[in-house]
Design a protein around this ligand. Structure first.
Ligand code: PLP
Length: 386
């Protein structure tokens, strides 16, 4: 017998640890957001096969609920097994072929990431750039299309999480349509926080993330592709570079009407959790969910202004679910965030990119968007600022 089939003497001693147990936290940063105990409870169901008949029923319900939340009838709607960035990779790598000219609108970190992902997909990327804290400027987008009539796809971030800015998706999509370009849209932070209307806007490849306003643990990325996008992917000259993300292959698991077949082993328990999180949103109703985020923001802004914080973003473009705020002189960045976490159990987020060390990002995403949580954070900040 070979050594692998018996027991060779071990070189490393076994490391022994206790089971992990999370500290109590209130997540009011830029994600992950607070997860409802019911979602965690459903995730602790026994694991079943990824092709179990019960699983297939649950997946169909999940897709129906995603269509409601995306406001679409797209049949190609499902969660990619991976974080929001993998949803971004899925949309870009299916839609874009090497050599395509793609316009990416950048007004923060995630627009920059989309440009990089698109370059790596072999595209020729042209960009519009707007100051951080401002929305994507439609005039610059129009100008880019008139300078580059051969642009095939336009990509933009609906809600820029690095800056707390909401761009005018309806208008941007309209411009892309007039120029016959496919639309790739990032709704990671916007979905279920503000209205997202995939069909009304005519967006083609749209991705989101489980851990922002959907209030699920991180690791799943809901996506939806228009019928035109699906046809476009089917007619590609070259196969999608990524085997894992290739729509035409993964749809054998998520989308075939008859026998569904193995593509990759889907994260069964995570999908159960997403099912419950979506169920909670559907039960509350999108309009109510959006209003709850707006109410929280109003209360949070009033409380923060009173404490001397200043808003980065003008009210007109401000995201209800994520505020970006400059600190008053009597509050220090890192030490205060540590105090909030250790003494009050509240997590908020630091600035990203050019705003690192300069501002805070305060999230009221999904389940965290409750007035009592706003009061908790404002109360904690009062003890710190003294
Ligand atoms: C969080 C986020 C992402 C990336 O999601 P991950 O799950 O961290 O990979 C992409 N775009 C936006 C706008 C985000 O807020």
């Amino acid at each position: 017998m070979r050594a692998e089939q018996t027991s060779p003497s071990l070189v490393n001693e076994p490391p022994y640890f206790n089971s992990f147990s999370s500290p109590n936290r209130l997540l009011m940063g830029a994600g992950p957001s607070q997860v409802h105990p019911d979602v965690l409870k459903v995730m602790s169901n026994i694991t079943i096969g990824h092709l179990d008949p019960a699983m297939l029923v649950m997946m169909d319900e999940l897709k129906d609920m995603l269509r409601y939340i995306f406001q679409t009838n797209n049949s190609m709607t499902f969660p990619v097994s991976g974080p929001g960035s993998l949803g971004m990779e899925a949309c870009v790598n299916n839609m874009v072929e090497p050599g395509d000219k793609v316009l990416i609108c950048i007004n923060g970190v995630f627009g920059g990431r989309m440009a990089e992902v698109t370059r790596r997909a072999g595209a020729e990327v042209v960009t519009t750039e707007d100051d951080w804290g401002k929305p994507v400027d439609p005039d610059k987008v129009r100008k880019a299309f008139s300078e580059h009539p051969d642009i095939k796809h336009m990509g933009f971030v609906h809600a820029e999480t690095s800056t707390g800015v909401l761009s005018d998706a309806a208008n941007l999509c309209q411009i892309a349509k007039e120029n016959k370009a496919f639309i790739i849209m990032d709704t990671v932070t916007s979905l279920a926080g503000v209205p997202v209307q995939v069909d009304v806007w005519g967006a083609d490849a749209v991705y989101s993330g489980s851990q922002k306003c959907l209030s699920c643990p991180p690791g799943l990325s809901p996506v939806t592709f228009s019928d035109a996008a699906v046809k476009h992917v089917e007619n590609r000259k070259q196969p999608v570079q990524s085997w894992l993300l290739d729509l035409s292959l993964v749809s054998a698991y998520w989308n075939s009407d008859g026998a569904r077949t193995y593509h990759h082993t889907a994260p069964v328990n995570s999908l159960m959790g997403l099912h419950e999180a979506l169920r909670r949103i559907v039960e509350e109703g999108l309009e109510t969910v959006w209003a709850r985020h707006r109410d929280c923001q109003q209360r949070m802004v009033a409380g923060l202004l009173e404490l001397g914080f200043e808003m980065l973003v003008d009210e007109e473009f401000r995201l209800p679910e994520l505020l970006t705020v400059f600190l008053p002189p009597d509050i220090e960045d890192a030490p205060s965030r540590t105090l909030l976490l250790e003494d009050h159990g509240i997590e908020i987020s630091a600035g990203l990119g050019q705003f690192a060390g300069k501002l805070w990002r305060i999230g009221m995403m999904g389940e965290a968007a409750q007035l009592e949580n706003v009061d908790k954070l404002i109360g904690a900040l009062k003890t710190i600022s003294r």
